[in-house]
Design a protein around this ligand. Structure first.
Ligand SMILES: NC(=O)c1ccc[n+]([C@@H]2O[C@H](COP(=O)([O-])OP(=O)(O)OC[C@H]3O[C@@H](n4cnc5c(N)ncnc54)[C@H](OP(=O)(O)O)[C@@H]3O)[C@@H](O)[C@H]2O)c1
Length: 271
């Protein structure tokens, strides 16, 4: 089961456990994290999950847990693997550490946080993707994903003969047609597109007269209109809100009504 919203746990440091628990109490069933201590406190996510299990709010089977493998270049000194080991070993060590942090024997999605090079899908990525596929085959994740990818990365991944991802997770800028080319690639191949920074990357959309007009009519906030739009064009949105009220609002966004014309107008907003 893939929920229609993911709660993102980046940048929460010592509040990670409490906010993860609050997100579950608020109704989120999808949690996104990463074994990258620089931006995420994955062990804190695990503490939040454990608290929610203890309180009887959810059980592991109710949840969609997603974490990531991050190359050393994206990490600080707090590495979840031996940097001297080969990449395949690093993937296995990072996964073992994630499962320990999260207190589970498998995650639902395992994502390559970003390819080794912005230029294209490199031999490093080929090795890491093969190692991630092995983790999946061993039952330690149900599905695989890639993040921070261009259309070229995806085309080269597929051309390498490797298995395509189940998820793509990208920052989504309205001024880039809301990542139109990558979304089209995903739609053709039944890859679920996860969009992040939907609010922070698009202040001009939130402030636009169209979005404000819809928000007033629907008695919701502009962020809810943006999340509803994201769902309407087939995205799985992420929110990393730290605010109880915003959690409730974000989860209520599917009930906002948008006409097909409004969806098209927001989609074609060039920012
Ligand atoms: N793969 C990657 O490289 C990558 C990179 C960045 C992020 N991510 C993932 O995506 C998640 C989300 O990150 P993000 O970049 O989208 O930013 P974010 O951390 O979700 O920040 C969103 C901002 O929007 C505000 N917000 C949320 N809901 C709102 C609402 N209903 N009304 C008003 N304001 C609202 C939040 O403020 P309040 O806290 O006050 O609500 C926050 O300032 C992260 O936690 C992480 O899991 C992944």
């Amino acid at each position: 089961m893939i929920p229609d919203f993911l709660y993102g746990t980046a940048w929460k440091e010592e509040r990670t456990a409490a906010l993860t628990e609050l997100a579950l109490r608020s109704g989120f069933r999808g949690i996104d994290t990463a074994n990258q201590r620089r931006h995420y406190f994955e062990a804190g996510v695990g503490q939040g999950l454990a608290a929610a299990y203890r309180a009887g709010i959810v059980s592991r089977e109710d949840l969609f847990l997603q974490t990531k493998f991050t190359y050393q270049a994206g990490q600080d000194h707090r590495l979840p693997y031996d940097p001297a080991a080969d990449l395949s070993t690093q993937v296995a060590q990072s996964m073992a550490s994630s499962l320990e942090h999260l207190g589970t024997d498998h995650v639902d999605s395992y994502v390559l946080h970003g390819p080794a090079s912005p230029q294209g899908w490199s031999p490093y990525d080929v090795e890491v993707w093969a190692a991630m596929t092995k983790e999946r085959d061993a039952g330690r994740t149900r599905l695989l994903g890639v993040s921070n990818v261009s259309l070229r990365h995806l085309q080269q991944l597929v051309a390498s003969g490797a298995e395509p991802p189940a998820f793509v997770q990208n920052r989504c800028f309205a001024r880039a047609g809301w990542d139109r080319a990558v979304r089209a690639f995903c739609a053709e191949r039944h890859i679920v597109y996860q969009g992040f920074s939907l609010l922070t990357a698009n202040p001009e959309v939130l402030a636009s007269s169209l979005v404000r007009r819809i928000a007033t009519r629907e008695r919701v906030t502009p962020p809810q209109v943006v999340f509803r739009f994201a769902l309407a064009v087939g995205m799985l949105p992420l929110t990393g809100t730290s605010d109880r009220e915003h959690m409730t609002q974000d989860l209520a966004s599917p009930s906002v009504t948008l006409s097909p014309d409004e969806v098209e107008s927001i989609e074609s907003m060039a920012g």
